[in-house]
Design a protein around this ligand. Structure first.
Ligand code: SD4
Length: 305
């Protein structure tokens, strides 16, 4: 039965994240539990400056986290602009299971997390604080989506390859699907900025009858195009996961003919039969795939440029 189980996630750090998810899938566990566990690996990694604790702060020096989780049966939960909680994905799942709501934001999300017994801590590491002080020297207080995104990538030690949002999709041995997405968002963003990651249909979408999709890159462009929902709908209409990701990227590029050369957006997709796809605007987007045959697959996504 395990032959049918599979997990896919964004970027190089998807490899260890998938392996954590696989411990759940290999034991016959649920896709929902697998993705929740998997994405907590980069959330915990202090060397990762775009997910969880250790993430770069907004322009005011506050680390604000976005996360969402969705089950193939349509249940979903999310938090946006959440401070002081190291595992926003766990709070997102709690929103899904313990409230009648889908999305809690800011102080309300923190209040809920406290009530649910989550541990509160300072998420701004000395390393991230130092990078913020560096940024403040030349800070531009009128962010422009494209150029700021470029600055964002340039400022990341090691470049964009290993440092971005984690989106993860899984199908378990019972054929159930789930997905999760978690990020500290764009470094030096305006306080209160929310990206695509916690927006169901933008940064994440899962439909058990079809498949799932998730995204990374400039969230504003993904929200504008309801990106992950679009990928899933295209698969529903018969496109392969690969074709669906390509069309969603094409749609974004078409709407920003002048800006597309300067920004990154990438999608990954998982169909319910386990077939996967990936596409990005820029070269350099990687994704990781794990199944019973190969636990540590890492692939370069095709791209427009
Ligand atoms: C976001 N897609 O918040 C996320 C992460 C990001 O460059 O900024 N990536 O838009």
């Amino acid at each position: 039965a395990l032959a049918g189980a599979r997990v896919i996630s964004t970027w190089d750090f998807g490899v260890p994240a998938n392996q954590a998810a696989w411990t759940v899938l290999a034991a016959g566990g649920k896709a929902l539990d697998a993705v929740e566990k998997g994405v907590q690996v980069p959330e915990s990694d202090l060397g990762n400056h775009s997910v969880g604790k250790g993430g770069y702060p907004d322009r005011d020096g506050k680390v604000t986290l976005d996360a969402s989780i969705m089950d193939g049966d349509g249940r979903c939960g999310a938090v946006a602009c959440l401070e002081r909680i190291a595992h926003p994905i766990r709070v997102a799942r709690r929103v899904m299971e313990a409230t009648p709501h889908v999305l809690l934001v800011g102080d309300g999300a923190l209040q809920f997390a406290r009530e649910q017994g989550f541990h509160e801590e300072n998420l701004l590491t000395p390393e991230a604080e130092k990078a913020w002080h560096e940024w403040l020297k030349t800070a531009r207080y009128k962010p422009v989506a494209n150029s700021e995104n470029l600055d964002y990538h340039r400022n990341l030690p090691g470049g964009p390859r290993n440092h971005d949002t984690i989106g993860m999709l899984a199908v378990d041995a019972h054929g159930h699907l789930a997905g999760a997405c978690t990020t500290s968002g764009m470094a030096w963003k305006l306080h209160g900025r929310v990206g695509d990651s916690p927006i169901i249909g933008a940064g994440l979408y899962v439909d058990g009858e079809v498949g799932g999709a998730t995204s990374t890159g400039v969230g504003e462009e993904v929200i504008r195009n309801a990106g992950s929902f679009l990928v899933v709908e295209l698969m529903r209409q018969g496109r392969s996961p690969q074709e669906a990701c390509e069309e969603a990227v094409r749609r974004i590029v078409k709407k920003r003919p002048d800006g597309a050369r300067e920004m990154q957006v990438g999608f990954i997709a998982l169909r319910r039969d386990g077939a996967v796809g990936a596409h990005a605007i820029q070269h350099g987007f990687t994704y990781a795939v794990c199944d019973a045959r190969r636990p540590d697959g890492l692939y370069a996504s095709p791209s427009v440029y």
